[in-house]
Write a protein that binds this ligand. Structure first.
Ligand code: NAD
Length: 802
């Protein structure tokens, strides 16, 4: 296969999706030019400029750091069509109108580079019809590329071929979308709304309809259909409010327009009518979160819910019945039986929506997807469910559930009279107990189980996501285990690189974790090229485990913690000076002690969604595992790299402020800006490639003759810098921006990062700074206000302001 190089991408349409796709391209460092129509007044790029400005304020943030908006090149179709020639990939994301899209394609066709791939982000229009206006030369390189909103955070991208798309084009695009953009690809058939929206929106409509049938209020439905059911925590109606009820209506309209008796002919068509309550809200211009009211309305601190009968907003907060909540905690087979057999209306409602989802997915599988796996992945990645419909059905007992669904269809309790397809009851699927098995998932269109894609890009994912029934290897049971204690597993996949996985809750660092990591370093030094600290879930480490230190503290106060703190600091130094490279594979939170662990490694490989920072002040403490010593050392290193006369203080100010205000990077990019990742560290877009990249880093470092850093002294900014910081802190305290205790903690942070009571430029060691850290950390433990903050955090999980 030719190497598909993407030097630059053009995104056409700077609306909700186009602008955010451009932002994500910038996040992963792909140059992008964003086009829109020329503005009628003012500068011709006006529309794009406004969209790019909007990206800086949008929540959740589409950009890793807002200032990266400047990296998006702005263009309009009147002045800049020539710029299209430089692009290897063109993503069209203009308004969802077939005629407008066709017009635009005609306009740009002559300016597209001969090798470029052209792809539409349409949510549901026919890709084949869109391709028809294109010149013959472009048709083989045209396809659908369907991102989900918000594109930075939603994993799913559906790729859709037309009959004329070259297979190689989709393969190239799949590799790019996976490794470079970090998205998870499902190939969809060219049917209305593709897979995720087809199944997902039909599911939301079914939920709204069944809620009415069973007389449940929106708040109760959301509690039932959120986390408790293994779905996105916003449930059903709050999700609709967040998406926007107008957008929701738009997608429903696509179903209504394309799946009626004349075309599409979906047997569930009757259930696609706009729910009356949704229509009422649309008529009242209550469009959800963006207009301040929808199914819910926030008034002061209260969340009110819409009462469809009276048209008023009334107090919300209704929850699932305790008995039903308990049913949902049972394993799938028991759970579904309890729901199916129960007389409780909430349980009956839940059975009904699950039945509807199984029914819908089974009836449509042959038409919309290659295999059952693609439907399940589309629902996981596009709608945030923990399992898709087929895997849940299989886990719950395929034949029994199929029988129940059939009974409901026969008794006209289902949303459609369409029977379940024969493959549900007979042949390989029935004898296998469901559509997923280790060698693949059922494909009605091929009448066999089809294996997952074998494209080379998936070799980069040692633990590729898989569905229930595929019996995929569990990372924490895989490879060769070399050591394990209660909170760390040390193992190897290839015999060359050792892996340490922290298994404690939130990967909190306790003495057992420290001991496990030290053992891992020792083992790595004895027989491996190096060590990767990696865990399969999405937290690196949320910090030090304060709870386990409680008994010691109760007995001997802050002083009793001193030796524990020293052990933690020594462990950090042991990792830093290990005889083999230790690489931290960071993903999700790396906070407090977790951040300190990462920064003491020889290198960090971080997933784009990594959130790093020192948050200790939240519990009235200071970073005590070498974090402040790191800030002082980095300032000295950066000053030395600048020029001999550089003022050390300049390099201290921002890191000091970050530590003193518990600032956490909201992406790997921002974490790097805060100084917790270095320029030499690697940012990885796809979470499932993290282990592979970290392992390769260890190997490359070992191959390059890696040696640990030398133990040297370095200069600190000293008492004059401390006095400057104190002056600023005093103003903040007197202006009541910070409390007396915030002031006290910040002053202690300043003391350590400036090197204590010494002259500017004094040479110090890390050990010296760590001793200062230790002293202040343990002193703060005895402070009543710190104790109040710690107790508050342990009891409520929320910071106490005092
Ligand atoms: P939008 O309304 O926010 O933006 C559409 C953009 O198209 C605007 O910037 C507008 O100036 C431009 N435009 C309008 N008419 C045009 C024309 N005749 N020629 C050229 N440009 C024109 O829309 P959006 O929500 O960003 O959707 C864009 C595409 O992405 C649609 O195909 C939509 O179905 C799809 N999509 C949307 C979402 C979503 O959640 N909004 C999700 C996935 C896919």
């Amino acid at each position: 296969m030719n190497r598909f190089q993407v030097r630059k991408v053009a995104v056409l349409g700077a609306g909700v999706m186009g602008a955010q796709i451009a932002a994500h391209l910038v996040n992963v460092r792909v140059p992008v030019v964003l086009f829109d129509l020329p503005a009628k007044e003012g500068p011709k790029n006006g529309i794009v400029t406004k969209a790019v400005e909007g990206l800086k304020k949008l929540k959740p943030a589409p950009l890793g750091v807002p200032e990266d908006a400047a990296l998006i090149e702005q263009a309009n179709y009147e002045e800049h069509l020539d710029k299209l020639k430089e692009c290897d990939l063109v993503i069209e994301a203009i308004a969802e109108r077939m005629d407008w899209k066709l017009d635009l394609y005609t306009k740009i066709a002559g300016s597209i580079a001969p090798h470029a791939i052209v792809a539409s982000n349409t949510s549901g229009l026919s890709i084949t019809k869109l391709s028809e206006v294109l010149p013959e030369a472009i048709k083989p390189r045209f396809c659908g590329i369907h991102f989900f909103n918000p594109p930075r955070y939603m994993a799913l991208v559906e790729l859709i071929a037309t009959p004329t798309t070259e297979p190689e084009v989709l393969d190239q695009l799949e590799a790019f979308v996976t490794t470079t953009l970090g998205k998870s690809v499902v190939r969809a058939q060219d049917t209305p709304n593709f897979i995720a929206n087809r199944v997902g929106i039909a599911g939301m409509l079914a939920t709204m309809k069944e809620a009415e049938t069973y007389g449940l209020t929106f708040d109760v439905v959301d509690d039932l259909t959120g986390k408790k059911l293994g779905r996105a925590s916003s449930g059903t109606f709050r999700t609709a409010d967040v998406v926007g009820l107008d957008t929701m209506a738009h997608v429903i309209k696509t179903l209504q327009d394309n799946l009626g008796p004349e075309q599409g002919n979906d047997p569930f068509f009757a259930s696609f009518a706009t729910p009356p309550v949704l229509q009422k809200l649309l008529d009242a211009k209550a469009l959800g979160q963006k207009s301040g009211a929808g199914f819910y309305k926030k008034v002061g601190k209260d969340i009110l819910r819409y009462d469809a009968a009276t048209g008023d907003y009334v107090p919300g907060g209704g929850k699932a019945d305790e008995i039903v909540a308990r049913m949902l905690k049972k394993p799938p087979a028991e759970r579904l039986k309890l729901l199916h057999d129960s007389k409780n209306p909430q349980a009956q409602f839940l059975w009904a929506i699950l039945r509807d989802s199984f029914h819908y997915a089974a009836v449509h599988l042959a038409e919309i997807a290659e295999s059952a796996r693609d439907v399940d992945f589309a629902m996981r990645w596009g709608f945030g469910t923990s399992q898709g419909p087929f895997e849940l059905w299989q886990a719950a007992g395929w034949s029994q559930v199929a029988q129940w669904v059939k009974e409901d269809i026969d008794a006209a309790r289902a949303l459609s009279s369409a029977p379940l397809p024969p493959w549900v009851f007979e042949g390989s699927v029935a004898s296998n107990g469901g559509p997923h098995r280790p060698e693949g998932s059922w494909s009605p269109r091929h009448a066999r189980f089809v294996a997952p894609s074998t494209l080379p890009v998936y070799a980069r994912q040692p633990f590729r996501e898989n569905v229930f029934g595929a019996d995929a290897a569990a990372p924490l049971k895989a490879g060769t285990e070399v050591f394990r204690n209660d909170e760390v597993r040390v193992w190897s996949l290839d015999g060359d690189v050792l892996i340490a996985s922290i298994t404690a809750k939130l990967h909190l660092i306790s003495p057992a974790v420290t001991q496990g990591l030290l053992k891992a370093v020792e083992l790595a030094e004895s027989a491996y090229q190096g060590l990767v600290i990696w865990s399969p879930d999405d937290v690196f480490s949320a910090g030090a485990n304060l709870e386990v230190l409680m008994p010691v503290f109760m007995k001997s106060g802050g002083k009793g913690i001193l030796p524990e703190e020293k052990k933690l600091q020594d462990a950090m130094l042991r990792i830093r000076y290990a005889g083999v490279p230790v690489v931290a594979a960071v993903r999700g939170m790396a906070l407090g002690g977790g951040c300190e662990l990462a920064i003491h490694c020889a290198r960090r490989v971080a997933a784009m969604e990594s959130y790093m920072g020192f948050v200790e002040v939240g519990v009235g403490l200071i970073p005590g595992g070498g974090g402040l010593a790191y800030i002082a050392r980095r300032a000295a290193e950066m000053a030395a790299a600048g020029n001999a006369n550089a003022d050390l203080f300049q390099f201290l100010r921002d890191p000091f402020t970050s530590a003193a205000t518990a600032k956490v990077g909201t992406s790997a990019i921002e974490s790097r800006k805060l100084g917790y990742l270095l320029d030499s560290d690697v940012i990885v877009a796809h979470k499932d490639e993290l282990l592979q990249v970290a392992t390769q880093q260890v190997k490359a470092m070992a191959e390059s003759g890696w040696r640990p850093p030398m133990r040297t002294t370095f200069p600190v900014a000293g008492r004059s810098a401390k006095a400057t910081i104190k002056g600023q802190l005093t103003n903040m305290r007197d202006g009541r921006f910070i409390s007396e205790h915030d002031f006290h903690v910040a002053e202690l942070i300043a003391d350590v990062v400036c090197g204590g009571d010494v002259d500017a430029g004094s040479q110090v060691t890390q050990e010296y700074l760590m001793a200062l850290e230790r002293q202040h950390f343990c002193g703060l433990l005895d402070h009543p206000k710190t104790q109040e903050r710690i107790m508050g955090m342990l009891q409520t999980g929320k910071p106490v302001r005092n």
